[in-house]
Design a protein around this ligand. Structure first.
Ligand SMILES: [Zn+2]
Length: 337
């Protein structure tokens, strides 16, 4: 078979001639899109140092390795634009914070920021979106293509509903966690910051226990955050001579200010993850010992997302949760564009 030159895995519908046209049209369209949109970030683009360029390359490799482990194929690299802090919010008029991607135009925009960890995880998140299975659909009516699939997300015929979109987000968050554990934790550039963050999270865990916050709730929050504002000061206070109760009081105030100032990046989508978690739990408890860990089940989801092969996942869900459940889960986890 001829090698596919588009950054998409497949084009559904249309004749061979249409598919050939798509290749040419998409390239033109995306070049034009990039050119036309340059003014939006003119003056906001960050000049990268050599080290920063290298770091981005490393992040790209780490992401691709993980995506390919779950069955993704190699794709053309997206265009990556790194901006001054706060730019994504400005450009998207508040719709997105710190990172955004366009799966059809294959463009990523990410804010630079003080925290290396925040930057790396934001960029990895957007890159994972670009590395998952993606297909287009050819429409006879418009004589044009549009997105059909992005990971396990399926774009509905109404042009608005995106089925499984929440689960896709949760799986991307899962992939970012893999990336942190497998790559960033071993990278000297990140070790320091990860240690500091772990230290604060450990304290937050103690504080939440003290305040009787259920473990699940704690986990939801702590798994979603990669960095804390003004962390050195915070650590100094936590290491200080005050008693534990005083430190808990301090943490309480710190958290309140952090949320009030919207100073925390909770990129990893707590609500979406909760949905995925409860789904995985349901499958695990009704799988009659076929699966012994949550991880095995999450892997089936991940493979569906990155390889695009939905059948094994659909079988698993229908077998555990009954006929028709795959479809209804798609609807329950859909979003309206
Ligand atoms: Zn996302």
């Amino acid at each position: 078979m001829e090698k596919f030159e588009l950054p998409f895995n497949n084009i559904v519908g249309g004749k061979q001639k249409n598919k050939d046209d798509v290749k040419e049209n998409w390239k033109k369209e995306s070049d034009e899109f990039l050119r036309k949109n340059e003014f939006k970030y003119a003056g906001l683009e960050k000049n990268l140092t050599k080290d920063e360029v290298l770091e981005i390359e490393k992040i790209k490799h780490g992401v691709n390795d993980i995506a390919q482990y779950y069955g993704a194929t190699k794709k053309l690299s997206p265009k990556i634009i790194i901006l001054e802090p706060g730019s994504v919010y400005k450009i998207t008029q508040g719709k997105f914070k710190s990172g955004v991607c366009s799966p059809y135009m294959r463009r990523i925009m990410v804010d630079s920021c003080e925290s290396k960890l925040d930057f790396a995880t934001t960029l990895a998140h957007e890159m994972f979106h670009m590395s998952e299975y993606t297909s287009l659909i050819f429409s006879q009516e418009t004589d044009d293509t549009e997105l059909r699939r992005a990971g396990i997300s399926i774009f509905g015929k109404d042009g608005e509903t995106v089925y499984f979109a929440n689960i896709e987000e949760a799986l991307i968050a899962e992939a970012v966690q893999d990336f942190v554990n497998q790559y960033l934790r071993k990278n000297p550039q990140f070790v320091d910051e990860i240690k500091k963050t772990d230290f604060v999270k450990n304290w937050l865990g103690k504080f939440y226990d003290y305040a009787d916050v259920p473990k699940e709730k704690q986990k939801e929050f702590l798994d979603s955050v990669y960095s804390f504002p003004d962390i050195d000061n915070l650590i100094e206070r936590l290491n200080g001579n005050d008693n534990e109760e005083f430190k808990f009081g301090f943490l309480n105030g710190y958290l309140r200010t952090m949320f009030e100032n919207d100073d925390v990046v909770m990129r990893e989508r707590m609500d979406e993850r909760k949905k995925l978690d409860s789904l995985v739990d349901m499958i695990l408890s009704s799988s009659e010992n076929e699966y012994t860990s949550r991880k095995e089940i999450v892997d089936v989801f991940m493979r569906a997302n990155f390889s695009g092969k939905l059948l094994p996942l659909a079988r698993l869900i229908e077998k555990s949760l009954g006929k028709g459940s795959f479809r209804s889960i798609g609807a329950d986890s859909s979003v309206i564009k």
